[in-house]
Write a protein that binds this ligand. Structure first.
Ligand SMILES: Nc1nc2c(ncn2[C@@H]2O[C@H](COP(=O)(O)OP(=O)(O)OP(=O)(O)O)[C@@H](O)[C@H]2O)c(=O)[nH]1
Length: 398
């Protein structure tokens, strides 16, 4: 046989084998992805909590849909895969910097004027106040900038820019006493996998608690948490439990809830803690109602929820959900919640709709706890860890 024909046959065989191998690898990776997606749901045990409280239900949509279909693979296709962390951070970083009104630009243009006068310094302070950084912080920053001879001389614009950046970073990163904030969630500070970490969500109604509870479960799943249970202890608004259920159904996370409007929120929270403990879940997130008739009432309700949860599990994190668009009014409400229950971190929502990013600085200084997460839109994965540098770059308009 002609040697060329032999080589042609060998080449054809190699190409066919190559195509077959690539196709095989693709099928395997598809199967592996499907398996990974269903893992959180598959790991839920079938155990149901005891009937301590008759009006409380524990639902597991992923289990239900699996049973209905009798086919795990078809159930997975209905579950969302939360956006992975890297892509989320990349996508939301630019949104975060756009949310932070570039008041740094205005400050920079004042600070680079020749021989700063008293009225220039007043302008600096007014610019900070307008951005909602709060009076104390504004005065403190003006004092520090004034003391710095390099600013007063206004010699080198690049130097002024870097001084301003350092000042803003300091204002965002430290509390009133100059201590650096730790923005990690408690579950990262003590990451014992055998523990169930409890996060309570508190805040006034409309601030975005329920939405944030749903988004947080996605964020934690995206970061690798395996088993999450949600407790719908906002029983004041009947639709809140449905809303939470919808979020949970999308990612196959169980919700402990009551269908009775006005049911005792502490009962739901107790049952949720029991379920999370029995399932050895990694995280329990409890959504609460944000009624603010008066402080005593709020203290009673939140205190009771905390006490009953702690019969089963310690509460490691209390996140105050605060609407960034409410400005100083929101600050007053935040203080009431902080006094009523004691908070460990802040979730600042609706930063996408606010041009007053300075509220980040003000609320941290006022409450002495860090902003740990920020809501940057209505999309399911529009919740992110707070990224200080991205935020300050936004303030500087970079
Ligand atoms: N633009 C924007 N909207 C948000 C964000 N977070 C929440 N929202 C919206 O805010 C509205 C109120 O959110 P909810 O989660 O129902 O608020 P809640 O605090 O649970 O309210 P109650 O259940 O009444 O206590 C909803 O329309 C959310 O979509 C955010 O980061 N950006």
């Amino acid at each position: 046989m002609d040697i060329h024909i032999v080589w042609a046959i060998i080449a054809a065989v190699l190409i066919i084998v190559g195509i077959a191998l690539v196709a095989f690898a693709l099928v395997r990776s598809k199967k592996a992805n499907a398996q990974r997606d269903i893992t959180p749901a598959m790991q839920e045990s079938d155990s149901r909590s005891s009937d301590t409280y008759n009006d409380v239900d524990s639902t597991d949509s992923a289990d239900d849909s699996r049973h209905a279909d009798g086919d795990a693979a078809s159930a997975t296709s209905e579950l969302d895969v939360p956006e992975d962390n890297a892509s989320r951070m990349h996508r939301l970083r630019s949104r975060l910097s756009h949310s932070a009104n570039p008041f740094g630009k205005a400050l920079f243009s004042i600070l680079t004027r020749d021989n700063l006068s008293e009225s220039d310094w007043e302008e600096v302070e007014d610019t900070l106040l307008l951005a909602d950084v709060g009076a104390d912080t504004a005065m403190g920053m003006v004092d520090e900038l004034r003391r710095d001879a390099r600013v007063n001389g206004a010699q080198d614009a690049a130097q002024i820019q870097s001084l301003l950046r350092a000042q803003l970073l300091k204002a965002v990163n430290t509390d009133k006493d100059g201590h650096t904030f730790d923005r990690r969630l408690e579950l990262e500070v003590t990451p014992d996998a055998s523990d169930t970490h409890v996060i309570m969500m508190v805040g006034v109604n409309g601030s975005g608690k329920t939405t944030t509870t749903g988004k947080l479960s996605r964020l934690l799943l995206g970061e690798g948490s395996q088993q999450i249970v949600l407790g719908a202890a906002d029983t004041f608004r009947a639709a809140a439990a449905d809303q939470l259920q919808t979020w949970a159904d999308r990612v196959g996370v169980p919700v402990v809830r009551s269908d009775k409007e006005g049911a005792d929120p502490a009962s739901v929270a107790f049952e949720a803690a029991q379920r999370a403990k029995e399932d050895n879940a990694q995280v329990l997130i409890v959504d609460t109602a944000g009624r603010l008739q008066n402080k005593t009432n709020l203290m009673d309700e939140l205190g009771k929820i905390r006490r009953v949860v702690e019969k089963n599990l310690p509460v490691g994190e209390v996140l105050l959900v605060l609407d960034a668009t409410t400005g100083q009014n929101g600050m007053a409400q935040a203080k009431v919640f902080a006094e009523a229950i004691g908070i460990t971190g802040i979730v600042l929502t609706k930063l996408d709709g606010s041009a007053k990013g300075g509220i980040v600085i003000a609320v941290q200084r006022e409450l002495g706890v860090p902003v740990k997460l920020v809501g940057l839109g209505e999309g399911p994965d529009d919740l992110a860890r707070f990224d200080t540098e991205g935020f300050v770059d936004g303030i500087l308009g970079e």
